[in-house]
Design a binder for this molecule. Structure first.
Ligand SMILES: NC(=O)C1=CN([C@@H]2O[C@H](COP(=O)(O)OP(=O)(O)OC[C@H]3O[C@@H](n4cnc5c(N)ncnc54)[C@H](OP(=O)(O)O)[C@@H]3O)[C@@H](O)[C@H]2O)C=CC1
Ligand SMILES: O=C1OC[C@@H](O)[C@H](O)[C@H]1O
Length: 393
């Protein structure tokens, strides 16, 4: 159901605070999180979702600048803060903390995820999981070896509307042979915002691209290696073609009025199409517009619009949730379920994060752009052992 009132309520809950605060569970102790980086994303991405989760407590933040760290801790009423050059490691050395939110630039995700895992912390790492599929694989392998949970913060995947849209595709009402995908998304280079369209393409087709048919980019004026816009076409099994269009620089209307970012995914089938509007942040608003032609005559498309703000039954399951939950809140629910040994409603596997980056790497290669420099952090079992030794000494 869509109404301005429920939209206002939901957005207030997402960006300001939930309608009521959770009472800590008396049977299951809270998972204490530490946040690496006094990042902008941290409030919507974790701090506000945690306010309504009875099994989560945000314990500390670490920032390079001690003044920023203290101000951040004060603003969000966190017990502890770490500031200075060694702040991130100090947070990882805090024995109170069980899980770490890595809210740093993508190029630092590998290093700080590996260090967090070495310090025996579960990790919620922001998207993109790293800037190299090889290093992401290492991250997940190391987490598995340590028996720790790691999750890439691809929040949109946890939202009921997105699961519903996939259900529509899986139901077969849109024929998936000769299907075509079109993405037009504002904001973000391919390595960053590309994570979403690459993922949704792989998710909706339930397959991996077989080749990159074309890829072209517009370089940033200051750096020819950096793409500010990317257009690419990917081939999928069964003659399925997916097109992604990413543009950092959406022109102002009449040169004056900024446009709202467009984050739509369109699935084109022989007998109709479906567009999911604003799929990246579906809790802000979304609509699933389905148009399917009559099976016999092929004429007279039946149109319908679905909106799935409530965690009603999708894919035959009733999802846990509330009308005012953001996808970040659903994501947190799943992360906690996993840490607590419960089966989450939705999960993203290691293979998903690795395959996502492999596609991004192939698109860069096709476009003739060099791969992003990998993290130079040299993680070795020796480092791991020495951290373990220090811990048990
Ligand atoms: N899932 C989602 O919906 C969203 C995900 N993101 C992701 O979250 C991450 C953070 O993004 P965002 O919050 O927008 O970014 P910010 O610039 O607000 O935060 C980045 C943080 O990284 C730290 N940092 C460490 N080293 C550097 C460096 N060399 N240069 C700049 N910052 C550094 C800073 O921490 P310090 O406090 O120590 O200075 C800063 O707080 C990114 O990976 C981004 O892709 C962002 C928005 C939404
Ligand atoms: O991950 C993201 O999703 C939402 C966008 O607004 C944000 O810039 C991006 O980093």
């Amino acid at each position: 159901m869509f109404s301005w009132l429920s939209t206002a309520r939901r957005l207030y809950s997402v960006f300001v605070g939930p309608p009521s605060l959770a009472t800590p569970s008396s049977t299951s102790p809270p998972i204490k999180f530490g946040i690496l980086g006094a990042a902008k994303v941290a409030s919507t991405g974790l701090i506000i979702p945690a306010l309504s989760h009875p099994e989560v407590e945000i314990h500390a933040v670490a920032a390079r600048d001690p003044i920023r760290a203290e101000a951040f801790a004060k603003k969000y009423k966190l017990r502890t803060f770490y500031g200075g050059g060694d702040a991130y490691q100090k947070l990882l050395d805090d024995p109170e903390i069980q899980a770490v939110y890595v809210a740093l630039p993508g190029g630092l995700h590998y290093e700080w995820t590996m260090k967090a895992l070495a310090a025996n912390k579960h990790v919620l790492v922001e998207k993109p999981s790293s800037v190299s599929s090889e290093q992401t694989r290492e991250m997940f392998e190391f987490a598995q070896k340590k028996g720790l949970v790691i999750l890439e913060g691809l929040q949109y995947r946890f939202y009921p509307a997105i699961i519903r849209a996939k259900e529509i595709i899986d139901s077969g009402s849109l024929k998936t042979d000769d299907i075509r995908y079109t993405w037009e998304i504002g904001g973000g280079i391919f390595q960053d915002m590309g994570t979403y369209p690459v993922n949704v393409l792989r998710y909706f087709t339930s397959s991996e691209p077989t080749s990159v048919l074309s890829a072209s980019y517009t370089a940033h004026p200051n750096d020819p290696k950096v793409d500010q816009a990317m257009t690419t076409t990917l081939a999928f099994p069964g003659d399925v073609v997916g097109s992604i269009e990413l543009n950092f620089e959406i022109p102002y209307k009449f040169g004056l009025i900024p446009s709202l970012p467009k984050m739509d995914v369109t699935v084109k089938a022989e007998n109709g199409e479906m567009t999911v509007k604003f799929f990246v942040l579906p809790f802000v608003y979304h609509s699933i517009n389905v148009s399917v032609k009559d099976g016999q005559s092929g004429k007279g498309a039946k149109k319908r619009t679905e909106k799935v703000y409530s965690p009603t039954s999708v894919k035959g399951r009733t999802l846990k949730g509330e009308e005012w939950w953001a996808s970040y809140r659903y994501q947190l629910e799943a992360f906690v379920d996993k840490v607590k040994g419960r089966e989450p409603d939705t999960w993203l596997t290691a293979e998903e994060s690795i395959a996502n980056l492999q596609t991004i790497e192939k698109v860069y290669e096709k476009a003739g752009l060099p791969p992003r420099p990998k993290s130079t952090f040299a993680f070795s079992p020796i480092t791991d052992d020495s951290i373990e030794a220090k811990r048990t000494a």
